[in-house]
Design a protein. Structure first.
Lengths: 267, 291
């Protein structure tokens, strides 16, 4: 029996939705980068997909996810195999992975950018991280994105300033590839859940979070979204899920991830 | 054979314009004492290959760098490296920006004596557009196109390890060797700073030899510098120095790298550096990070 929660934060709703993206993945490495995606992947592994694999964010795979807060050392964690960075790449290239990361820019093709903004490539206006593992992740395995603040600076009008990851862009499709070779699943934002189920992989609305309107989402997005006839409201977490989340994050780091820690229902 | 040498000996074997691979990952197990020795030298026009952190930032800030081969440059708990950022935003360095895995493939190709490694990584992205040296080729076995990731041959690899004997058997006891052994294999010469020098028989005990990831013929020189990874971590000996890294990061906003370098590096020995950051005991007491 489950009980739908009445009192929950937006961060907790987003953790549960982050967990949902891993529900039907089977036995793959679930990588959630950042507090809320990691809690989502951990929640999925503790509940509806116990076959998931997860790292300690250092060098081991775990048979049980580590709590994200409240630990003083890695001692006592449930390690099952060594998983240093070089083996992570072996895993990536074996395709048995689903990563959820938070890009700085995402465009209408699902291409993402965490490297640089503005200016020229030789002299960007703002240098960020570099392309990191995005080119390899995007062409090797399933990917989802996490956007803590849904706005037109993230969801840009044209292409990303620097295209770090392959998306559903016919102009850039490599020779010998079809669109179906690319596997971008979900974009989870603070306003809604988006997927790529519109015509020709167009980004479309899967659900809007409680108290958010379709119009708000459209206004905060720099490109045209596919809007189905009926857009459901994102489901609330259950009390049982909240209990597990509290166990994974005893120091409530999740409350510090979104500006002003809004309630889950904003109506 | 005794391969023990001083930091100055290492730097004397590096020439202007060389390609230098630096081991470690972001703020983890960087050969920072050797980097500081380069900062004190007249070396210039270096090409740096690294999973970059403050090593890359400091070398850029000191004007030592012509080009950086990178997938990221980050201090991790401070996401953006302030001086790498300045160097990029002023357009003062050349780049070869590739995926983390491509960097590994390039090192492997160099280590295995191959001109390139075919990979699908980079297809569909700007990686194959902005890097003119990166070619996309046809396969003799299928109808797809492939990225030909060129070998990243290193003139020199600089690494930091937990311990070594004087013959160059190097041990990494931390949970991850990162790509250090690939760097050693890709390099013409590999110099390793270590926390501790041990007798050869040390490795015959228990499973100690299981933590040796390359054979000694790849090690050119061993430099004994306990605490030599500071302010980066050398798990399990010590964690990264968060307050010091914050001070370094803040110097980019106020004072500049010159002020940081004058305070800690320029005209100072490594022993004086360690005193200025609290002493070797304090370095060894820095707690390990928990992720």
């Amino acid at each position: 029996m489950t009980t739908v929660a009445k009192d929950y934060t937006l961060a907790e709703l987003m953790i549960v939705q982050a967990a949902e993206v891993f529900r039907n993945d089977g036995e793959v490495l679930a990588t959630g980068i950042g507090v809320l995606p990691r809690l989502g992947a951990s929640l999925a592994m503790k509940t509806f997909n116990q076959d998931l694999m997860m790292t300690d964010s250092e060098a081991y795979l775990l048979s049980e996810p580590n709590p994200i807060s409240g630990r003083k050392s890695h001692e006592g964690q449930k390690s099952e195999t060594w998983m240093g960075f070089s083996r992570i790449f072996d895993n990536v290239w074996s395709r048995k992975r689903h990563a959820m990361i938070g890009p700085t820019q995402i465009d209408k093709f699902g291409q993402a950018n965490i490297s640089a903004l503005g200016g020229t490539y030789e002299q960007p206006k703002i240098q960020m991280l570099g392309v990191r593992g995005l080119p390899g992740n995007s062409i090797s395995h399933a990917n989802s994105f996490f956007v803590p603040s849904h706005n037109t600076r993230v969801f840009v009008e044209g292409e990303c300033d620097l295209v770090n990851s392959i998306g559903y862009n016919p102009e850039r499709l490599p020779k010998g590839y079809v669109m179906e070779d690319i596997d971008i699943r979900v974009i989870l934002t603070d306003l809604c859940v988006l997927n790529f189920k519109g015509p020709n992989f167009q980004i479309g609305l899967q659900s809007v979070h409680p108290g958010i309107t379709v119009e708000q989402v459209v206004a905060a997005t720099g490109f045209e979204l596919f809007i189905p006839e009926n857009v459901p409201t994102t489901e609330a977490p259950t009390e049982e899920q909240l209990e597990i989340i509290r166990g994974l994050d005893p120091q409530d780091w999740r409350s510090k991830q979104l500006k002003d820690n809004p309630p889950g229902d904003r109506s | 054979m005794n391969k023990q040498m001083s930091p100055a000996d290492v730097v004397s074997q590096i020439k202007d314009g060389m390609t230098i691979g630096i081991g470690g990952w972001g703020p983890r197990r960087k050969p920072m004492a050797l980097i500081r020795e380069i900062l004190r030298s007249d070396l210039k026009d270096l090409t740096i290959v690294a999973y970059g952190g403050a090593d890359v930032g400091m070398l850029c800030a000191a004007g030592k760098v012509k080009k950086v081969v990178f997938a990221f440059v980050s201090l991790d708990f401070i996401p953006l490296e302030p001086y790498f950022r300045k160097a990029r935003q002023s357009g003062s360095i050349e780049t070869f920006e590739i995926d983390e895995g491509m960097l590994l493939l390039g090192l492997r190709a160099a280590g295995w004596g191959m001109p390139f490694m075919p990979t699908q990584i980079g297809l569909g992205t700007d990686v194959i557009k902005v890097n003119k040296e990166l070619k996309v080729i046809d396969s003799p076995y299928d109808d797809k196109e492939w990225v030909a990731m060129p070998a990243l041959k290193l003139d020199v690899a600089l690494l930091h390890a937990d311990r070594a004997d004087v013959r160059g058997v190097c041990q990494i006891k931390g949970p991850d060797m990162y790509m250090d052994e690939q760097m050693a294999r890709a390099a013409n010469k590999t110099f390793v700073s270590v926390e501790e020098i041990v007798e050869t028989d040390f490795f015959a005990q228990g499973d100690e030899s299981r933590y040796v990831f390359w054979e000694r013929s790849l090690t050119t020189g061993v430099v004994h510098i306990p605490g030599g990874a500071h302010p980066t971590s050398c798990t399990p000996a010590y964690g990264f120095d968060v307050p010091h890294t914050k001070e370094y990061n803040a110097s980019a906003k106020e004072g500049g790298f010159e002020a940081y370098a004058d305070k800690y590096i320029n005209g100072k020995t490594e022993a004086q550096y360690q005193e200025l950051v609290g002493g070797l005991d304090a370095i060894k007491a820095i707690p390990l990070p928990v992720y």
